[in-house]
Design a protein around this ligand. Structure first.
Ligand code: TRP
Length: 411
């Protein structure tokens, strides 16, 4: 209990003193430097652990599958208790994956897909159940732009994009928190009982004029971390949970883990990703207020091409001569950075890094390559999404056992 407060205080001190250009919490991500966020410092300030080569090798050995490039390239870079989760898996007890999204009416952009693409990879590699929370309540409390019913509708729409990432309906349960909360209310109560208002305020920066929903909600994001919130999947079993998430969500799970300790249940494992910056540069983010900052899942090939050509911040030289002499500054170059996220071919990426960094390759060529890669990803996503019907969404949301729990023995 005090620990949360102490950690929180420590975190704020470090953030304020050592990372003056950076604000990261579930409701705000601001990077006022022009460069890539210093993720090593962030790990220190949040008190999580770096994902080491040894974790990657262990995952490779356990799954007998090539490890996702998000892991190989350090895009999912940090964790809490990943080894404990892998231990449970190795011991044949299995684990499950939990992730989520606050549904918004805004069309989703390519950055929003990352946790789902990665969760889908983990689901396939480990063959474990997945639960996905659509926190319509969270958006209703925090954004208050429209009715709860409308946020629910956004939830269904966003579910289609999530399903289009390729989740297996027999192994995946998707729920809207405003509709499912009753089934896990016993766990929501336990979290609400274990956290004081002052701790919550310390973590989420709330004040007296905020609506009560904002105070109540964190327990709703925490509860799915306990397997007893999904009796239709796990029955009475206590199963470990791993949460793939953007690092901005960590405050929720720091709180969750602290309560797990008090409830004497295994602490929730976490695996954190970096952010995909906006097209305008590392200090910016993808957002709907400025459509030129993001590649949306609904964009046409022409829009993708125009946005990247016109708006993707380049680290190349100002003139051809300067570029050839000095090479590109890859620490501020958005097209190259996006290729790290979206181009799967390691050898080609390395070639671009070297050639572009030396000034042999021009920005226009790198952008062209990015346009090809993203156009393929977005159009294929659109084709898959067009096939997702309302009936399929209902099926994913149905309360039922999942085919891969309990885990098969001796795999
Ligand atoms: N709070 C997240 C958001 O605003 C949504 C969310 C709910 C979530 N449950 C989660 C994200 C679990 C990661 C893991 O987008």
């Amino acid at each position: 209990m005090q620990q949360i407060e102490q950690d929180q205080q420590k975190e704020q001190e470090i953030t304020q003193n050592e990372m003056p250009d950076l604000i990261i919490n579930p409701y705000e991500v601001v990077n006022n430097s022009k460069k890539q966020i210093d993720y090593d410092k962030l790990i220190q300030s949040f008190g999580c652990q770096r994902i080491e080569q040894s974790h990657i090798e262990r995952i490779q050995t356990l799954t007998q599958k090539p490890v996702h490039h998000y892991l190989r390239r350090g895009i999912f870079f940090s964790h809490r208790d990943l080894n404990q989760v892998l231990d449970a898996y190795e011991a044949g007890k299995g684990f499950y994956l939990y992730t989520g999204r606050g549904p918004s009416g805004d069309s989703m952009h390519v950055g929003h897909l990352m946790p789902f693409i990665f969760t889908k990879y983990l689901q396939e590699a480990f063959d474990v159940p997945v639960v996905i929370e659509l926190s319509d309540d969270e958006k209703f409390f925090h954004k208050s732009e429209t009715t709860l019913e409308e946020y629910q509708r956004y939830g269904y729409e966003n579910a289609k994009d999530i399903i289009a990432c390729g989740f297996d309906v027999n192994k995946t349960f998707i729920f809207l928190s405003s509709k499912y909360a009753g089934h896990m209310y016993h766990n929501i109560c336990k979290f609400q009982h274990a956290i004081t208002y002052s701790q919550l305020r310390g973590i989420f920066g709330l004040n007296e004029s905020d609506n009560c929903g904002k105070v109540a909600y964190p327990a709703v994001q925490a509860a799915p971390s306990l397997s007893s919130s999904f009796k239709h999947i796990f029955g009475k079993d206590e199963v470990m949970c791993l949460v793939p998430q953007g690092i901005d969500q960590d405050p929720y799970f720091r709180m969750t883990r602290d309560v797990c300790y008090k409830l004497k249940v295994p602490k929730t494992g976490c695996i954190h990703s970096q952010f995909l910056p906006g097209l305008h540069g590392f200090g910016t983010k993808m957002g709907t207020t400025d459509p030129t900052s993001a590649i949306f899942l609904t964009d046409t090939p022409k829009q993708i091409e125009e946005k990247i050509k016109k708006h993707a911040m380049s680290g190349g030289g100002m003139t051809k001569k300067e570029h050839q002499e000095k090479g590109a500054d890859l620490t501020v170059d958005v097209p190259y950075h996006y290729l790290r996220f979206f181009l799967e071919d390691d050898a080609r990426l390395e070639e671009i890094r070297v050639q572009y960094g030396k000034g042999v390759m021009m920005t226009s060529e790198v952008k062209k390559e990015l346009i090809t890669v993203l156009t393929k990803i977005v159009t294929e996503h659109q084709q898959r999404r067009a096939l997702v019907t309302d009936e399929m969404v209902e099926k994913f949301m149905e309360l039922r056992p999942l085919s891969n729990y309990p885990p098969k023995k001796n795999n």
